[in-house]
Design a protein around this ligand. Structure first.
Ligand SMILES: Cc1cc2nc3c(=O)[nH]c(=O)nc-3n(C[C@H](O)[C@H](O)[C@H](O)COP(=O)(O)OP(=O)(O)OC[C@H]3O[C@@H](n4cnc5c(N)ncnc54)[C@H](O)[C@@H]3O)c2cc1C
Length: 392
């Protein structure tokens, strides 16, 4: 067992932290409130090679793993810039295309993902299916020209307005029939241009302070060429979908841990200087203990994240699945606790924009719901680790 990062990982962490500091939470909030994106930060991160750290070297990436990408995500969040697009684009889409794309799809998309010129969002959630992915009803039918026609709806899709493509999880007839004679469907993933005719989107107003937005997507007999099918075959769908889940959970967990560190840093600084009874408020255990308690939760979550990322990078996908769920659960709980504690430590100042902690509330709260809710993680662990029967 080795708890020491490599010298390259230490350097990466320090360098990303330095970039994050140059922007900071003020930048992030200002962009969000102006209805603008964090383009400058994205471009700088791209220039420094941070966006493609996990992508293969032959496509312009850094050749690292999810460990490295989690470091990038965490350090930007720890500087007050939690970027969800790092999760959907390089972590999910990058992994799925690198592992399951055709050679043409890898050559077409990976270099752009690595240099930041291409962003790809990810669409699985549907209004009527929710956490029950067996109920996905976005369907791809064969078109007469060998392509596909896509119909359906997706909800809460992050970053559609910033991305050139969206990786859509749909279902296709698998050539067999159910007992009632209807066609059996299996998951298939499609790379869909966000400006394709037949695709419309509308912004969902969210109570999250972030330059990244969520959208409702409609596919109305959207025509796709055969090359849009990820991996060139519907058989690639299920393994491709699963390959994106662990990177998603690990990087979301890293975002939560980074945000929690930012909040605790702000709170500790404040507690050490704010004086109400003739001494800093941090000397009161009523404040110091909740801060220390939150710190313990965050550090435990970070250990979980490092373990999940190491297992994933070692190709131990099944073990990584349990560890990634655990890390995501621990991190989102710790982040919510840390931000809430930081607000309490700040008193009234905690609710101001100026002090920059309440602006994190929506994001960390969403982390307990997305990309997989705390309840669905507990279901997974109860069934697959603790051997309990499924109730739903
Ligand atoms: C900020 C944000 C960004 C997002 N970005 C994306 C994105 O880019 N792409 C994308 O595809 N999706 C995205 N999502 C959607 C997200 O993945 C879903 O919101 C999440 O999976 C939960 O689904 P749901 O909202 O339909 O909740 P529901 O499934 O309706 O669940 C509602 C509640 O019931 C609970 N519940 C449901 N089933 C069970 C059960 N069997 N046992 C116990 N409890 C249960 C849930 O845990 C939850 O608390 C995003 C969501 C948010 C908030």
């Amino acid at each position: 067992m080795d708890f020491d990062p490599t010298p390259e990982q230490v350097l990466l962490r320090d360098s990303v932290a330095a970039l994050g500091k140059r922007y900071g939470h003020g930048y992030f909030v200002a962009r969000a409130k102006a209805g603008e994106h964090s383009d400058e930060l994205w471009a700088d991160a791209a220039k420094l090679g941070y966006l493609g750290v996990n992508l293969p070297v032959e496509y312009g990436g850094g050749g690292g793993g999810i460990t490295e990408l989690a470091i990038v995500v965490e350090e930007l969040a720890a500087a007050g810039c939690p970027l969800l697009l790092l999760v959907v684009s390089p972590a999910i889409a990058g992994t799925v295309i690198a592992r399951h794309g055709t050679e043409e799809q890898r050559a077409r998309f990976l270099p752009g993902l690595a240099d930041g010129t291409e962003k790809i969002c990810f669409a699985i959630t549907e209004p009527d299916a929710g956490s029950n992915f067996h109920r996905l009803s976005t369907v791809a039918r064969a078109a007469p020209d060998g392509g596909y026609l896509l119909t359906g709806r997706k909800v809460y899709i992050s970053g559609v307005d910033e991305c050139g493509h969206v990786l859509v999880v749909a279902r296709m007839a698998d050539g067999t029939q159910r007992s009632d004679g209807s066609a059996r469907l299996k998951p298939a993933l499609f790379l869909v241009p966000t400006d394709a005719p037949g695709l419309s989107h509308s912004k969902i107003e969210m109570e999250i302070v972030s330059p990244e937005n969520q959208y409702l997507l409609f596919f109305d007999d959207l025509h796709l060429p055969a090359e849009a099918l990820l991996g060139g075959s519907a058989d690639a769908g299920l393994p491709a979908l699963f390959s994106g889940l662990n990177p998603e959970r690990i990087t979301v967990a890293a975002m939560g841990a980074g945000t929690a560190r930012y909040a605790l840093d702000r709170a500790s600084t404040y507690a050490a200087s704010r004086t109400v009874w003739g001494r800093p408020i941090g000397t009161h255990q009523g404040l110091a203990h909740p801060l220390a308690h939150a710190y313990v939760q965050v550090e435990l979550a970070r250990l979980g994240i490092a373990k999940a990322a190491a297992l994933y990078d070692a190709g131990r996908d099944l073990e990584a699945g349990v560890a990634a769920n655990l890390a995501k659960y621990a991190s989102s709980e710790a982040a919510t606790l840390a931000v809430d504690t930081a607000i309490q430590v700040h008193g009234g100042n905690g609710m101001t924009t100026e002090y920059g902690v309440a602006t994190l509330l929506g994001g960390v709260r969403a982390g307990r719901i997305a990309p997989v809710s705390r309840e669905m993680i507990l279901n997974f662990l109860a069934q697959h680790v603790l051997g309990q029967e499924k109730s739903y």
